[in-house]
Structure formats: C-alpha cells, structure tokens
Design a protein around this ligand. Structure first.
Ligand code: GLN
Length: 451
C-alpha cells in the first residue's frame, strides 16, 4: 500500500532521494513468513519505514544530500538501522534533507527540495524535510530523523506530524554522518505520539560503538504515551519562547493546547530561562566549529567525489581544494568557514569559549526550570511553513526557525513536537514538550494526552 502511495504522490512531494523497493518487499515477505510460522515478532515488525539519508545503510546509497557523497554505498549499517532490520521494519528508502543536515527548509539539498504535502509551494521544514513529508503524505507510516538544532521537531511542526529528539546519548550515533557530534541525536518521526514512542523503543538503548551512548535501558515510553494521565504533572511555559516574533496563529494554537492540558489535570506554571536568548548565537558557533572538523574527512581521497584541478599541479592539496570546492554547497561552505574561523588561534576564547560558557548557562536555566516544572512547553517553531525562496538568501532569517528547538540540543535534554491544530493560515502548528535528560517518558506521557 505504501509503495502504491509513493507511486501516486512522490512525483509531487519528492520526499525520497533513493528507494529500494525490492529490498523492502523482501523484508516484508520475510516478516509475513515468520508470522505465519507462528513466531512471536516485535510489535513494529512489518511496518515500513523511511530513513533520513544522513544515516548509513549497508548496500544502499547514502549521500547526506551532498554531491560530495553522490553514489556512495556504505559498507556497514548504522546501529539504529541494524536495530530496525532486526525488529523487522522494511526500509522503503532514504529521505531528502538539507545537505549534511544544515538548514531548516530542505532547500539546501544538492538534489532539489522536498515539497510540503499541505501546500506544494511551501517548504517541509529542515533539515529532515524528506522524512517529515514522507510521513505527512502517507508514503511511510514511520521515519527516522536526526536533530542537531531542531531538524526532527521543526519539520514535524510544519508538516503536522510528530517527531522526537531523545535525550543526548539515548540513541546510538554510530553510523550517523556527523554534523556536530555534541548536539546530534537521531529519533523517531511518525503521525502519532504512540508510534514515535514505539519506534524510540526500537532504536534506543546502549551501544558500545558510540562512546557517548547512555547505559540506561530504554523502556516505558509506549506505556507513558498510552497512560493518558496528567494527575500531579506540572507543565512549565517558558516565557522566553513564544512572545515576540511568533506568528499570532501559532501562539493561539499553543495557548489552546495549554488549556487542554490544564483541563486534563495538569498544573500550569510559568518559568523563565533568561539565557535562552543567547542559545541561537551559541549554537551557530558551536555547531559550525564541530561541523568544520567533522567535514574535514571529505577530502577526495577516502570516499565519494574526487575532482582534479583544471590546471596546475595535481597534489593532495589541490585535489582536496577542487573536490571540496565542487562537492560542497554554499551553506556547507559558509559553516565550514565560520567554524574554522571560530576555532582559529586568537579567536578561540572570544567565540568558541564564550559559546561554551553560554551552553553551561542554558543547562543551568533548564535545571532551575525543571525544579519548578516536570516538563516545559513552547511552540516548536515561530511560524508555519513558509514559501520556497522566502528565507533562502537570508541565513539569519533561516536560522531563526530554530530559536525554540536549539536550547534542548545545547543541554542534551529530550524534546517532542506534536501537532496542536492549524494556524489561521490553515497550516499545521507544532507544540513542543521538553523533559529533563533521561526522562523521555514524561514528554510521551504529556504528548499522549494531547492526541
Ligand atoms: N536548522 C538547524 C541548522 O541548520 C538545525 C539542523 C539540524 O538539526 N540538523 O543547523
């Protein structure tokens, strides 16, 4: 059924970069055979899934939507992909994204944008616009995203779907093409909170191949999503997230959702996180700094594209320069330059060092807020889906999309976005729920009540 749906709408939506129908059908047939043989299979066995193209899949092209990796076939599976296969989820294909997960609209993909199924003239969010659009367009019931500053939650918000960024370390990063290693986290994309919780349980858990992987067992998430019980839960509205700069229809939808939580028995409190005002600035130093280092491996020598200089000597340096010049898009180059500058001698303390101090202040703000509230809530994104081209030439306007999602990455805490209805422009609005680190179950508990 999903392949039929893909055949019908993929031409308009463009959620996938690569599909692998044969492999998906074979995996589905195997689940059928095992089930008919009376085997007790995991809950999601047989449910197809789409995987963001920044996650490596053995034998399937993986490009991170970059020309520099065009046609690259990984020799191994990411840990989360191995877990999907073991749980019997057929992988439909790899989804489109901003190149190397840098962006908020999927317009930075080297292979063309994905369209928002709600309005094909609008962006599906980013960087994981392909995963969100595939789920919103019913091409896939589930997808995998990655979230460094909001790339699971913001696309979920603008496509009316659900997406969750787990606690940092909750899902293995082994096999994720790294953007900013201290911020990156993979997580579920779905149409319901319960589906995200179920998928989170499949992909989560300790992995000795990821040195920042938590050792906590993953569990209780689906149970929390099903509990529909808010008795005694204190919900904190973050005063810094939601005022000026947020579209009125987004604010109205947010306030309505808060009222629903109140009537379901939650206690609503107001909390203040003053350092959040500096989160975006800190993120756009730390993220490019780490990315500039992580992307150094794309050198034309090891894998992917290799371009020789048009003239002059062919040396390691000129091949690297020609390859990187031709292989990376503008946004990737911008961040490599920003990151390299921020890390350079003489600027390190002023930029990177200051940003790390802000990061600590943000962590302290969270700690104080979570003393007064069990979860924190805000709109996921300040606006609904915007039109193609609207923010493409203005990096700052693009970066502002992540103002409400970035603090969670800087502090490593989990965050969930679920639809809270439509804005006055008829487009979906996302409601964000943040919980303390390792308390992912709380966001599913509160989110489950709202659906
Ligand atoms: N939009 C943010 C950025 O461009 C977040 C990206 C992400 O989470 N991968 O960096």
């Amino acid at each position: 059924a999903h392949l039929d749906r893909m055949a019908a709408v993929e031409g308009a939506v463009g959620a996938f970069l690569h599909t692998n129908t044969e492999e998906a059908l074979a995996a589905a047939a195997e689940v059928d055979a095992r089930r008919s043989a009376g085997e007790d299979l995991p809950e999601l066995a047989g449910v197809p899934i789409a995987v963001k193209d920044v996650v490596v899949t053995k034998g399937q092209v993986t490009t991170a939507a970059s020309k520099i990796l065009e046609g690259w076939v990984p020799p191994y599976d990411a840990t989360l992909v191995r877990k999907l296969r073991e749980a019997g989820l057929p992988i439909l294909g790899k989804t489109n994204m901003d190149e190397f997960a840098m962006g908020s609209s999927t317009e930075h993909s080297a292979f063309g944008p994905t369209r928002n199924p709600w309005d094909l003239e609008r962006i599906p969010g980013g960087s994981g616009g392909g995963s969100a659009a595939a789920v919103a367009a019913f091409e896939a019931p589930l997808a995998i995203g990655t979230d460094t500053g909001g790339s699971i939650r913001q696309p979920a918000a603008v496509t009316g779907t659900v997406g969750a960024k787990p606690t940092y370390g909750g899902v293995s990063r082994y096999g994720l093409i790294a953007m900013a290693s201290s911020l990156d986290q993979a997580g579920p994309v779905s149409r319901t909170v319960l589906d995200s919780a179920l998928l989170h349980e499949v992909i989560g858990g300790h992995d000795p191949l990821d040195s920042t992987s938590l050792t906590d067992p993953v569990g209780g998430l689906a149970e929390a999503a099903r509990s529909r019980d808010l008795a005694g839960v204190r919900v904190g509205i973050v005063s810094e997230l939601g005022g000026e700069g947020y579209q009125p229809g987004v604010r109205a939808s947010f306030e309505h959702a808060v009222e629903l939580l109140r009537s379901a028995g939650a206690e609503i409190v107001e909390v203040s996180c003053p350092s959040f005002d500096y989160a975006l600035a800190a993120y756009y130093l730390i993220m490019p700094a780490e990315a500039s280092s992580n992307l150094a491996k794309f050198d034309g020598m090891r894998f992917g594209l290799r371009v020789e200089p048009e003239s002059g000597p062919v040396t390691a340096e000129t091949v690297m320069a020609a390859t990187r010049g031709a292989g990376f898009g503008d946004e990737v180059k911008r961040r490599i330059i920003l990151g390299t500058h921020a890390l350079s001698a003489g600027y390190y303390d002023a930029y990177y060092g200051s940003a790390q101090k802000v990061r600590t202040l943000i962590q302290r703000d969270f700690a104080a807020a979570f003393a007064d509230a069990d979860v924190l809530v805000s709109p996921t994104s300040p606006t609904t889906a915007f039109r193609f081209g609207e923010k493409l030439d203005d990096p700052l306007a693009m970066y502002l999309n992540d103002i409400a999602t970035i603090p969670a990455n800087l502090a490593g805490v989990p965050g969930l976005s679920l639809p809270s209805g439509l804005s006055d422009d008829g487009l979906p609005v996302g409601f964000q729920i943040l919980a303390p680190a390792r308390e992912d179950a709380r966001m599913y508990r509160v989110g489950g009540v709202l659906e």
